[in-house]
Design a protein around this ligand. Structure first.
Ligand code: NI
Ligand code: MN
Length: 227
């Protein structure tokens, strides 16, 4: 496999897949824990899980500067096009976006989705991403849900799960989610960015190791690992 994964804090990731750059929910310049600078980021494809400001982040600026393709739900796509982003691919849960080096299948997520300007942002979602020989689930912002078992049937090398509680599942439910998803590796996200979502990631990792069959990967913001 040839995927390297960089975490900016919150739910923001960059994947390098066989030399191609993918960004997910690139919330960097307003992100109090991010060390990266948005103007240094580039991408061919930007995946967005929903329209909240802590996920849309710097996506408009990056997409315009790089000519990146923005892959998002239908309503969000209309908003991006209305805000001058020329390359947009719109989908919804069950659909798959495919390009030679990667694909991304929309999954459901249980959450809400509106842009910071109040525009309706469609249904929130997660993605099952395939590329570089790996299958990775980015859950977006969501509660635990039983159909994670169906996502687990996809055969996951890595699951990226929110653990912050308050706006998403917390630690207890993330452990149950790992049981449904059965990934080889799991990394926490959407925690310690703001006071309402503070969590002890080391305690979470200890529970992953003792209560699930997955291995936990806890990064510091701007940390990287490879599959
Ligand atoms: Ni959200
Ligand atoms: Mn969020």
């Amino acid at each position: 496999m040839a995927v390297s994964i960089r975490w900016f804090g919150h739910s923001a990731y960059s994947f390098d897949i066989d030399g191609h750059k993918l960004l997910i929910d690139p919330f960097v310049s307003g992100n109090p824990v991010a060390k990266a600078q948005a103007e240094d980021l580039d991408a061919e494809v930007i995946l967005l899980t929903h329209a909240h400001g802590d996920h849309v982040g710097d996506s408009v600026e990056i997409a315009k500067r790089c000519g990146a393709l923005v892959v998002c739900n239908f309503e969000m796509g209309d908003w991006y096009m209305a805000h001058g982003v020329e390359n947009v691919f719109q989908g919804n849960p069950g659909g798959t976006f495919s390009k030679g080096w990667m694909s991304a299948k929309w999954t459901v997520a249980h959450h809400s989705s509106s842009f910071p300007d109040g525009t309706y942002g469609g249904q929130p979602n997660g993605f099952v991403i395939r590329g570089g020989g790996a299958t990775i689930y980015h859950a977006g912002d969501t509660s635990l849900f039983g159909d994670m078992k169906l996502i687990g049937d996809e055969g996951l090398d890595l699951a990226l799960l929110p653990i912050g509680d308050c706006f998403t599942m917390g630690i207890d439910d993330s452990i149950r989610a790992i049981g449904f998803l059965n990934p080889k590796l799991v990394a926490p996200m959407h925690y310690n960015t703001f006071p309402p979502i503070e969590q002890d990631a080391a305690a979470w990792a200890a529970r992953v190791e003792s209560e699930t069959s997955a291995s936990a990967i806890v990064l510091d913001p701007d940390g990287e690992f490879s599959l």
